[in-house]
Design a protein around this ligand. Structure first.
Ligand code: XMP
Length: 319
């Protein structure tokens, strides 16, 4: 794609000139926008860039390691990468909390605190890198500068990081163009083609209290679901699909034993703008296979249900 070729080359050149010998800091979520912004920056200024990746323990299965494989020291890019492992810290904060808005607030605020602590260790930087894309610019109102985009818009970044200027290398691109640029830059498909994933992560896909045990359950179930849907090739028209852990336990039977375990809810939606969405009609064979695998392979689950609700009245996420 000649247009993306030239976007990538021109942008790297422009960033080089703009940043000069300066230092830059990027909050990396592993989402496509922040990943592409980080790689463009690293191609332009190498080690003058530091990326901070906060692993809050609410990511999908193996996601933290996948992000590290790409951006860490064994990956193809030349940048400073800091993975902050704060899983336990988040679980501690979320202990006993069941109210959805409260959970979001805690996760968002704690994310900011962690990022702030890391930024302080790095010291003053010249540039803060944001993966703002064109639709974000529009949303925040033309003519105004884009609202600073924090980790997937949780909370909101900050007066706390000591920097002089914001750089937004993607601010003229639409999502599909960001993905093209990502491929051009050699970012693996599993990052480039990622579905949208909310900032509060699995925290809002576990109804009720979040615990390490429940995170593990929903991660395993979700990984099986995504694997089977992709293998069956039925993911093409889906805007988003994932497993959630309901807070319901029910009676089942396993061999000679009675079980009393959780129910997993599967969701798959078709949507163009995420404001409205329609529940997708996944083939029964696929749902059946996913169900069998989940109840057999995921400890603590004895029932699987499919969410047929549209948005509205339901939201896409469960909280
Ligand atoms: P709902 O659940 O409101 O979700 O139908 C609409 C879209 O937004 C995503 N979502 C979030 N994204 N931070 C985000 O960055 C959040 O707190 C958040 N909550 C929901 C959701 O995944 C869907 O794509």
């Amino acid at each position: 794609d000649w247009r993306m070729d030239s976007f990538v080359e021109t942008t790297i050149q422009q960033l080089k000139e703009k940043i000069g010998n300066g230092k830059a800091l990027c909050a990396l979520s592993g989402g496509v926008d922040s990943s592409v912004a980080a790689v463009l920056m690293s191609k332009a200024i190498g080690k003058q860039l530091t990326c901070v990746f906060v692993d809050h323990g609410l990511l999908r299965k193996d996601e933290g390691d996948q992000v590290e494989a790409v951006f860490g020291p064994d990956g193809p890019y030349d940048l400073n990468f800091i993975r902050v492992n704060v899983q336990e810290r988040f679980y501690e904060k979320l202990k006993g909390v069941t109210e959805p808005e409260q959970k979001r607030k805690i996760i968002g605020e704690e994310f900011i605190r962690v990022f702030e602590e890391e930024a302080k260790k790095i010291g003053a930087v010249d540039f803060l890198v944001q993966g703002t894309i064109y639709p974000d610019v529009i949303e925040s109102g033309l003519g105004k500068s884009a609202v600073i985009k924090s980790h997937h818009n949780v909370g909101g970044l900050p007066d706390y990081v000591d920097f002089k200027e914001i750089v937004e290398p993607l601010r003229l691109l639409f999502k599909d163009e960001v993905r093209k640029a990502g491929r051009e830059l050699g970012i693996p498909d599993y990052l480039v083609n990622r579905q949208p994933f909310p900032g509060p992560g699995l925290g809002i896909r576990i109804i009720g209290e979040v615990t390490a045990e429940k995170v593990k359950i929903v991660q395993e179930a979700d990984a099986i679901y995504r694997e089977e849907v992709a293998a069956a090739g039925v993911d093409k028209n889906l805007g988003q699909y994932f497993a959630a852990l309901t807070n319901m336990r029910s009676v089942g039977v396993m061999g000679d034993f009675r079980t009393y375990d959780y129910a997993i809810a599967l969701r798959a939606v078709m949507t163009s703008d995420f404001m409205t969405a329609e529940s997708a009609q996944l083939p029964w064979e696929v749902l059946h296979k996913v169900t069998n695998r989940i109840v057999n392979e995921v400890k603590g689950v004895n029932r699987v249900m499919y969410d047929c609700t549209s948005k509205p009245p339901a939201t896409i996420e469960f909280e």
